[in-house]
Design a protein around this ligand. Sequence first.
Ligand SMILES: Cc1ncc(COP(=O)(O)O)c(C=O)c1O
Length: 358
Amino acid sequence: MQIPFFDLTRQNQILEKDFEDVFKKFLERGKAILADEVLTFEKNFAGYTSSKYCLSCANATDALEMALSAMKIGHGDEVIVPAFGWVSVVSAVLSVGAKPVFVDVMHDGNMDPQLIEQKITQRTKAVLIIHLYGHPREVREIRTLCKGRNIRLIEDCAQAHGARVGGTHVGNFGDVGVFSFYPTKNLGAMGDAGAIVTNDEEIYLQILKMRDYGRNDKGAFILPGRNSRMDELQAAILNVKLPLLDDWIARRRSIASQFNNVLGSYIKEDESVWYKYVLTTEHRSAVINQLKKAGIETGIYYPFQLDQLPFYQTGKSPMVIAQKLSQTTLSLPLFPELTNEEISYICEELKKLELRNL
Ligand SMILES: Cc1ncc(COP(=O)(O)O)c(C=O)c1O
């Protein structure tokens, strides 16, 4: 059996008729930018996340940059970021002229709250966390830490659509939550797209202008902006998919729980939205090769540390866990359209490896 790591064509086939309708409507309306579909998506996604405001934009990397700018974070400021995860958190901080200060992560890939305090200085303006792989753990603890010190909290929810902690959707713990709708995400567009959620009116009003060349509702350019807008087609695709997200998450959880039964992960099925199912092994290459021979494709998220990027190195890395994860993690195929037969086959092949997860 050949099992791909991810296959968007399966979802496209299921939704083909809906997408054809979307395109037909788009052709009839003739409106491509900041029109009905975008406004509908923003309203629906704000509703889905129970956030006061949602602003769509071109991608999550832009969203991070705009969030930092809207909070007036820039030259001379420090932003605490995880030493492991996706590169956008570092590039966004650097692009506004601030300094990323790295904190090591825990075994699940999320920033270790116990290590944050020692990195706080007079210059610390924000903590930027990633809910890596869709596990939003420790966010309440980090929020308390930030609130007590008047430090902003930005949640990178690019991998955590639909994740809730104590009933609250991620993105509402911090000042801002940032989402990516890159096509492989739990909620994905057909190209690049992103969004920001916030309950802070001032931040909302800033980003509302910033994403549209810095223009206000009268057409005057009142702040330095950019062009970062989600287009109508992407919004229309997301409007088709959003009502299906909870069912897809349920399916992801069911698949993860079957992998957990074999591997014994400490992350319980409902503690995550399972953007990725990650396991760690000291024998990564051998495991990847063995699964490959069995026809199972795997991925590595991620084979690098953020504190060791070639364009922004911080010297020899003291980030022990980040380093370990970059060398030992691998991800199994996990997407809602995997068939039951494929899932059972993966489980059987995992049993042969006699692995245990973290
Ligand atoms: C954690 C995280 N942050 C940010 C991003 C960037 O998202 P985008 O590609 O929409 O800019 C991604 C996408 O891969 C991500 O996984």
